[in-house]
Design a protein around this ligand. Structure first.
Ligand SMILES: [Zn+2]
Length: 320
């Protein structure tokens, strides 16, 4: 009879000891997980949440932010970012992000309007970009809007990277040194890309780029080329037949060899023009506005697509 309460006491003591050990093991496990950077479920806890309006901006944010950031690209793979509409999940990502990067000047009105509702910082990139004389770069296209396609010019893309660096450092001052180092690395690569463009596009037989949508105005200005677009600054604008006739005549006059089109829009218009101008080739250039699924799966990125564009432009213009 005496042994039962003793046994009961022992059981209680044993439970208390086990509980103490359990708590100790749990504490060690949590400390170890934190120290070795194991993320709790949800994966992005502890990272700086960044919303980027479309591919080149997301690319810059990811490269500059590295492992410190969790970047949401608000324009899905294969989608065309002019006039992007946000679904509710994308809207939440935009509103909840610590810092958001949008192009500005009305490139994506729905995104920019939604960004006005944010509590956190929003960086509008295009109004900050300047030419060599310090003047704002945003230039007007033939249809009256401001030309948004700054990311296709490596020099302006380098400024985008600088603005992304400043925006991230303001949102996360502890990461400032990392962001600066990463930004310098990518700006060095952009300087090398600029040199490749400049070297390759010197001494070409022709200087006229005929494109389906006028995405290459800044590139043309930078490297001494001219651009004539069929559809204006927005790829879904329908050209009038008079414009097509005018371009066909210009193409014949200037011995144009190639009409450039792109993957995310219908090549119908470019094909019509190529036929009307007397059997020209059509070739795909990437406006780098978003990656297609094929490009993403093939591990393409800003730099591989920019180099691919350069090769096609140089061939079309008869560059040495
Ligand atoms: Zn465009």
């Amino acid at each position: 009879m005496r042994s039962i309460p003793i046994l009961g006491l022992s059981v209680i003591r044993l439970v208390l000891i086990m509980r103490r050990w359990f708590m100790l093991v749990l504490t060690v496990a949590v400390v170890a997980a934190t120290a070795f950077g194991v993320e709790p479920a949800g994966a992005s806890r502890g990272k700086v949440s960044v919303a980027a309006a479309f591919y080149p901006v997301a690319f810059a944010a990811q490269k500059v932010g590295g492992t410190r950031v969790d970047v949401a690209n608000l324009t899905p793979v294969g989608a065309e970012p002019h006039d992007t509409e946000l679904n509710s999940e994308q809207l939440d990502r935009l509103l909840d992000a610590k810092v958001a990067f949008v192009l500005g000047n009305g490139f994506q009105p729905a995104v920019e309007k939604a960004a006005d509702r944010r509590d956190g910082a929003t960086v509008e990139l295009l109004p900050k970009l300047v030419d060599a004389k310090g003047k704002k770069v945003a230039t007007e296209g033939k249809d009256g809007g401001l030309d948004p396609h700054v990311w296709l010019d490596p020099v302006l893309m380098s400024q985008v990277v600088g603005e992304v660096e400043r925006g991230l450092a303001a949102a996360d001052p502890n990461g400032a040194a990392t962001y600066e180092r990463n930004a310098r690395g990518i700006q060095d690569q952009l300087a090398a890309l600029d040199t490749r463009y400049r070297d390759r596009l010197t001494g070409c037989a022709r200087d006229l780029l005929v494109t389906s949508h006028e995405a290459f105005g800044y590139v043309a200005n930078r490297y001494g080329l001219r651009q004539e677009g069929v559809a204006g600054l927005s790829p879904d604008a329908e050209p009038d037949p008079a414009r097509l006739g005018e371009l066909a005549e210009l193409a014949r006059d200037q011995s144009v060899t190639t009409v450039f089109t792109e993957e995310t829009v219908s090549p119908r218009i470019a094909r019509t023009l190529a036929r009307e101008a007397g059997g020209l080739r059509t070739e795909v250039l990437s406006p780098l506005e978003s990656l297609t699924k094929r490009e993403r799966d093939g591990k393409a990125d800003y730099f591989t697509l920019m180099d691919a564009n350069l090769g096609k432009i140089a061939t079309a213009l008869g560059c040495p």
